[in-house]
Design a protein around this ligand. Structure first.
Ligand code: AVJ
Length: 311
């Protein structure tokens, strides 16, 4: 079948393994196919979804200060660059020697890199299609350049502490001693603000979550009844995180690549964690990940923080 030519074997393995676990869980990185990346961009424009707006304003407002602390001539390596909408503020202030956007969604990555190249004609841009949770070999062209890692969006929040710490330590290996890291981390706050941010009135986040099932049907040989699932966003106070789940609304059965699955009404597939950090938790996590925080900026309501660290 033509639609099955381009399947990442890791996607198939994560789906089959994840649906066999109890509770069932599929890693959040598989949201981001072409449709998922576009739906995420729509989420960032929702009135309820404050993180992108607040973080972008922080980057704009403090770009000069950040640039002074970072210095010119670095290679900026962005982890999970997506549409690269936050990047121009950093690039124009920091005056880097090169820009390496890394993203798992290749088509999206190349399109965003091309758009950015038009605005920064003299900048060396080297897009890298990769899963940044795996070890990454930086391109030869940035060998010898000091590095600035850029990890916005509170993507670190999608990982449990152990995974986050492993990733932060892997970033030290990729970027080198003497590197700096600019990272965005969402703050812990009232569920009254958090729940609507992950369960918006227009239903875009629901479509984003359900797109994972549609992707399974598109890319794997599967007949998941997408209409029999609903989107759930839940605040888990003990783990200080928003969880997204896909809940079966009736008893159902389906097959993926010939493997049968059964779900009971009410059962869920856990699709995302989005951890929220207080100021002390944020710094402790970074230090555990071998980065020393050297500066931090937050908005007046302390909704979101960006931190500059050094290895
Ligand atoms: C920007 C990837 C971290 O957890 O807020 C948005 C993704 N999920 N709405 C987040 C997301 C549901 C998001 N990240």
């Amino acid at each position: 079948m033509a639609t099955m030519l381009n399947v990442d074997p890791a996607f198939r393995a994560d789906v089959l393994t994840g649906l066999s676990l109890r509770p069932r869980a599929i890693p959040a990185r598989w949201f981001y196919d072409r449709q998922g990346s576009e739906l995420f961009e729509a989420i960032t424009r929702l009135p309820e979804y404050y993180p992108t707006r607040v973080e972008t304003a922080l980057l704009e407002r403090h770009a000069g200060e950040i640039a002074q602390l970072v210095g010119p001539g670095r290679a900026v390596v962005e982890f999970g660059s997506g549409s690269s909408t936050k990047t121009p503020h950093i690039l124009s202030a920091v005056e880097p020697a090169a820009y390496v956007p890394i993203d798992i969604s290749g088509e999206f990555l190349r399109q965003s890199a091309a758009a950015l190249a038009a605005d920064f004609p003299k900048l060396r841009i080297e897009p890298l299609e990769a899963d940044f949770t795996q070890p990454i070999q930086p391109p030869d062209s940035i060998a010898g350049l000091p590095r600035l890692g850029f990890f916005p969006g509170s993507t670190i929040g999608n990982m449990v502490a152990r995974t986050a710490v492993n990733l932060l330590r892997a970033m030290v290996e990729t970027l080198g001693i003497g590197a700096k890291l600019l990272i965005g981390m969402d703050r812990r706050k009232s569920p009254e603000v958090l729940i609507p941010a992950y369960d918006d009135a227009a239903g875009i986040t629901a479509r984003f979550n359900l797109n994972l099932l549609e992707r399974i049907n598109r890319e794997l040989d599967a007949d998941v009844p997408v209409d029999a699932f609903r989107h759930r966003a839940v605040w888990n106070d003990g783990h200080s995180r928003i969880e997204m789940h896909l809940q079966a609304m009736r008893d159902l059965r389906f097959a993926i690549d010939g493997r049968p699955f059964e779900m009971a009404a009410g059962e869920t597939i856990h699709t995302e964690n989005s951890h929220k950090y207080g100021p002390h938790d944020a710094r402790l996590l970074l230090r555990a990940g071998a980065w020393t925080p050297i500066a931090e900026w937050t908005d007046p309501q302390d909704q979101f923080a960006i931190l500059l660290c050094e290895a």
